[in-house]
Write a protein that binds this ligand. Structure first.
Ligand SMILES: Nc1nc2c(ncn2[C@@H]2O[C@@H]3COP(=O)(O)O[C@H]4[C@@H](O)[C@H](n5cnc6c(=O)[nH]c(N)nc65)O[C@@H]4COP(=O)(O)O[C@H]3[C@H]2O)c(=O)[nH]1
Length: 810
């Protein structure tokens, strides 16, 4: 795994703390919609099903009502035919002959297919028995005799009794054995005859035929119509018993009868009607005797079936009995609730739910994609591309979070601000590619020094920051970490072809001790860092309150400095420099002073860095330049003025014009102006600065390399840039008489300068001894307290006289 992958994972781990979102939560809207949709669809389908059911019920009951009325009318019609036969029997004077009976019955059969059999059973008393039997035989029924039905189904000659009701006429062929069968001898039929007789009403019962119709296994409806003797009274039961002439028996094939009625009345095929025998004292197994009068195969098979499903109950009056009628919707017919509308509603509901769910799933997916993309953008926005570390934005966000957590939890944490020392040099000398490589290596080392939950970020450039938390003693912990880091970063780095040594300055602020808001803590860590930097780099500093006081003082100073230029509080002092050989004065270096109304005279060391940081050096420098040119214009023509230019001024595009304007306005010849620059100017913008220096040289201005020996003192600068003079820093001069190798260095500088056609000025010459040694070493010019301190312009004259005397005496 390379560094970038590792960084990627680390970053994801950090950012991942707040980005976990379960899939279920993502699809929650779709799932909720699906759930609600299914429930609503089911509820709507259920409501529609109920409604369909109600509508069907009403339709079914109305159809069943109609059907029952039609059946009753049809049955009444059959009964009325038998009543007509009774009328025939009761109205004629003569006895009805067999042929008349057959003719009448034949008509009945013709129009009423449900009429299975008709018979005439005269009332025969004991005395008339023989006469009747003889008459029947004479009428063509051979062997006619009054018979009683035996339990084995056979016949025996009926025993003598008071009265018999034998079949005399019948629609059966004359050869049928039923002729002569005495109904008075059959247990269930005799009571029916008695009921009919006593009540003068048609009695009805279920009966199995002695000679069943082929395939007719179901009981038939038998009706018994009493026939009384013509002209006799039937007022009282006694009258009726006395005057009964016989009974007409009609046997209905109920299935056929009802089907015929339904056929002729165009009954609705949507219902199936079943008729059951009336309840009687006998135990009748209704399940077993269930007749199915419908044509449907799938009709209910039992009363229980009927009762369980949708059904209609009524009765069919046959004679003196009420037959039970049950109607059910014909299977597969229109009155069976098909629930097609409910199913349609359910299907449409589910379809819509499906569409909505699919839409929400897609929308959720899209939003997830979008949020992932957003997260990626956020990750990128919070990542430093170069090192893969979190960037400033992430750091500040995290700092805010940790700050809040800590405030609530009452714990502490530390911020460590890091700034690499001399990184700029690497960038400038080896190029940005090398600088980038170095930053990556630094990032890796820093990461290695941290625990997993510490936050490390690159804030930009060569600035890194760390949040360290979770220590018992945060101060001790942060110091340990800072020293570990300082040591790690001080170790050499190896870039292709280069071994580099840098360092890091660290500023530490501890929360909540040093503040409880993000801005304050960062400011204090920065202050501490600033202190580390000014303390000599590759060290760490913990913030203390004095730093803030210092900052405050600095801020005040900055404000004052802004006013200083406008209020003419700045002064230029001049320090002379002399030709070492001739002891002739060659000119003055212009050194700015600030006459502060409260603090008195302030030296440039105390405000130039501030002016450079704040950019005030630009107007300040221009003011000094103009003043120096103006003052120098009045000096003897052989004396020059040297003016310091800050690296910050070098970045100003108008600097050349500013110098030209100062020369022009003052009338000072350019050859009498010397510009002093430090090596740091050469470190950056080398090409541009070289061009600028060439331009100055082209108009005659001289250039001096100031403070030589304090910075990098790269000899390559001397050859690359067109300097006229090298100014050896006073630190060398100070050690000149103390350390022998200082003299050797100065000697080589002099040799080098000569070779490059440059002159050498020694700064900070304070003693005669130094002066003499410099003279011996071949230094061209000397400047220092021995020769004259920086003085206001007004004091230059008297001072100079004293100096001259001193030099001459030497
Ligand atoms: N100990 C000791 N010191 C001596 C002796 N002879 C001269 N000096 C001091 O050495 C400094 C020489 O100036 P510098 O190296 O250009 O160093 C200057 C220069 O870099 C900067 N500076 C002064 N004026 C200006 C200005 O107008 N513009 C800019 N950009 N920088 C300025 O401030 C620095 C300090 O200036 P000063 O405080 O005036 O300090 C001056 C001067 O007073 C000596 O014998 N012994």
């Amino acid at each position: 795994m390379d560094d970038r992958d590792q960084n990627d994972q680390d970053r994801k781990r950090m950012i991942g703390r707040w980005r976990v979102a379960p899939l279920l939560r993502l699809y929650r809207p779709a799932l909720v919609a699906a759930g609600i949709g299914i429930l609503l669809s089911l509820a709507a389908a259920f409501a529609v099903a109920q409604w369909e059911d109600r509508v069907n019920k009403v339709e079914f009951e109305s159809a069943a009502d109609t059907e029952a009325i039609v059946m009753q009318n049809g049955m009444n019609e059959y009964i009325s035919r038998l009543m007509a036969l009774r009328t025939l029997f009761e109205s004629v004077n003569e006895e009805i002959t067999r042929s008349e009976f057959e003719t009448f019955s034949g008509r009945l059969f013709e129009h009423h297919p449900g009429m299975l059999r008709i018979a005439w059973l005269p009332r025969v008393n004991r005395k008339e028995r023989a006469e009747y039997e003889a008459a029947a035989i004479a009428d063509g029924i051979s062997g006619y005799r009054i018979k009683s039905l035996q339990s084995d189904g056979g016949f025996a000659t009926a025993p003598q009794r008071e009265e018999h009701f034998p079949i005399f006429y019948s629609t059966q062929p004359k050869t049928s054995p039923v002729y002569g069968m005495d109904y008075a001898s059959i247990p269930d039929r005799w009571p029916a005859i008695e009921r009919a007789r006593d009540n003068d009403r048609i009695a009805a019962l279920t009966a199995r035929l002695y000679e069943p119709r082929v395939g007719g296994e179901l009981p038939n409806a038998m009706v018994i119509v009493p026939v009384y003797a013509k002209g006799t009274s039937r007022e009282t039961v006694a009258d009726r018993r006395r005057n009964l002439a016989g009974v007409i028996v009609g046997i209905f094939d109920l299935p056929l009868l009802l089907q015929a009625i339904r056929a002729t009345t165009a009954a609705s095929p949507a219902i199936s009607v079943n008729v059951y025998p009336p309840f009687t004292g006998r135990i009748v197994s209704l399940e077993q005797s269930l007749p199915d009068f419908s044509s449907s195969q799938s009709a209910p098979q039992s009363m229980r079936d009927v009762a369980q499903g949708r059904h209609w109950s009524g009765s069919l009056r046959i004679g003196d009995t009420d037959w039970q009628v049950r109607a059910v919707p014909a299977a597969g017919g229109p009155l069976v609730t098909a629930y097609d509308r409910a199913l349609t509603v359910l299907a449409v509901g589910l379809l819509l739910t499906g569409f909505l769910t699919a839409y929400l799933v897609l929308a959720s997916r899209n939003s997830r994609r979008l949020s992932l993309a957003n997260r990626r953008v956020l990750e990128l926005a919070q990542t430093d591309i170069l090192t893969g570390l979190p960037n400033r934005a992430f750091f500040l966000g995290r700092l805010d979070e940790i700050n809040r957590e800590m405030r609530e939890g009452g714990m502490t944490f530390a911020i460590l601000m890091l700034d690499l020392d001399r990184f700029k040099n690497v960038n400038d000398s080896l190029g940005h590619g090398a600088g980038d490589l170095l930053l990556r290596q630094v990032a890796q080392r820093l990461k290695a020094a941290l625990r997993e939950h510490d936050v490390l970020a690159r804030l930009g450039g060569d600035e890194f920051a760390i949040i360290q938390e979770g220590c018992d003693d945060q101060r001790v912990c942060s110091v340990e970490l800072a020293s570990r880091i300082a040591k790690l970063v001080a170790e050499p780095f190896f870039l292709p072809g280069h071994r580099l040594e840098i360092g890091t300055s660290i500023g530490i602020a501890i929360a909540p001790q040093h503040g409880d808001d993000q801005e304050e803590l960062l400011k204090k860590a920065d202050l501490a860092l600033y202190r580390s930097k000014s303390a000599g780099r590759n060290c760490f500093t913990i913030y203390d309150e004095a730093m803030s006081a210092e900052l405050e003082a600095r801020n005040t100073l900055e404000g004052d400095l802004r006013d200083a230029i406008a209020r003419c509080q700045l002064e230029v002092h001049y320090q002379p420099f002399f030709d070492v050989t001739s002891t002739e004065r060659r000119g003055f270096e212009a050194l700015v002073r600030w006459r502060h109304p409260a603090r008195g005279l302030i030296r440039p060391d105390q405000f130039i860095p501030l002016a450079e940081e704040t950019g005030l050096i630009v107007p300040l420098g221009e003011w000094v330049l103009r003043r120096a040119c103006e003052d120098a214009a009045a000096w003897p023509s052989g004396e020059r003025v040297a003016v310091n230019l800050s690296p910050v001024q070098f970045k100003e595009a108008e600097l050349f014009d500013v110098i030209c304007a100062a020369l022009e306005d003052s009338g000072l010849p350019p050859e009498r102006l010397e510009i002093e620059i430090t090596e740091s100017v050469l470190l950056e913008r080398g090409v541009e600065n070289l061009a600028f220096m060439e331009r100055l040289k082209s108009i005659g201005v001289e250039l001096a390399l100031d403070d030589f020996g304090t910075g990098y003192s790269s000899l390559s600068y001397l050859t690359a840039f067109p300097f006229d003079r090298i100014k050896i820093d006073k630190s060398f001069i100070r050690s000149l008489t103390l350390r022998p190798h200082s003299a050797a260095i100065i000697s080589s500088i002099v040799t080098l300068a000569r070779g490059l056609d440059m002159s050498v000025t020694a700064e900070g010459v304070e003693t005669q001894e130094q002066f003499d040694r410099l003279k011996t070493l071949g230094v061209n010019f000397a400047q220092g307290y021995l020769l004259g301190r920086p003085q206001p312009i007004a004091q230059i004259g008297p001072e100079m006289a004293a100096v001259r005397a001193r030099l001459d005496a030497a």
